[in-house]
Design a protein around this ligand. Structure first.
Ligand code: C5P
Length: 223
């Protein structure tokens, strides 16, 4: 069999990234963080002073930045025009604006096309790939071999995020996270939605190792 495609969607803080990387590492697959691509394009727009609240302005510049994604799960990288932006794309500045940019249809068209070429390449030339995001099971790779929807209670998601960011303010983190989820699930183009045929995994109360075991088993079944 050619390489497998593992598609993982879910809201922020559901454990997508750690799970996806862990599964990719365990199963010898590539790893693609599509959220990092939306963050990278947002960062570029903000640096260029594009008014990101104006969808027409965003659409006009969408093809200018060159985004390169390193797909090694041990050390995923993201660069824009040959500059490493891995740290900058996690800033509050970018996090606060990314939902507006990712709601622009032209942005999604461009990035979905980029994502599909990376997936095709991983399937043709290697073992396959784990892809995480919001519309992977529904739009980017609806025919993936394994389709997962990760959830966790809002409190669990907020406290994981606060640990990651090393902030004490769990309440503020939770408010920001709920705002982003609301924007991501109510936009008209490819909102975050759960499909019938995706396996739902509620990670509340489970350790990362336990979740990785479950998903790695699902991957082993389709290989
Ligand atoms: O996964 P992460 O939180 O880094 O994603 C950042 C943002 O990128 C999300 O809040 C969402 O607006 C957007 N996104 C998206 N579609 C994806 C992945 C991320 O719209 N497949």
């Amino acid at each position: 069999k050619a390489g497998v495609v593992v598609a993982i969607d879910g809201p922020s803080g559901s454990g997508k990234s750690s799970t996806s990387r862990g599964v990719a590492q365990r199963c010898g697959l590539e790893y693609l963080d599509t959220g990092a691509m939306y963050r990278a394009i947002t960062h570029w727009m903000l640096e260029q002073d594009v008014d990101v609240s104006d969808p027409n302005a965003v659409a006009q510049h969408v093809h200018r930045p060159r985004i390169a994604m390193g797909r090694d799960p041990q050390m995923p990288t993201v660069s824009v025009d040959d500059r490493d932006v891995a740290a900058e794309i996690r800033s509050e500045w970018v996090t606060g604006q990314v939902s507006a940019v990712s709601a622009v249809p032209e942005v999604r068209q461009r990035l979905v096309a980029d994502q599909r070429s990376l997936i095709d390449a991983a399937v043709e030339s290697g073992n396959g790939i784990v892809v995480e995001g919001r519309d992977i099971t529904t739009v980017v790779a609806p025919h993936a071999d394994v389709k997962l929807y990760l959830t966790a209670s809002t409190q669990a998601r907020a406290s994981r995020r606060s640990d990651e960011r090393q902030t004490e303010d769990v309440a503020a983190t939770q408010a920001a996270l709920e705002r982003r989820d609301r924007l991501d699930s109510t936009r008209s183009t490819s909102p975050l939605t759960q499909t019938e045929d995706a396996v739902e995994l509620d990670t509340t109360g489970y350790t990362l190792a336990e979740v990785i075991d479950v998903v790695a088993d699902l991957v082993a079944q389709v290989r």
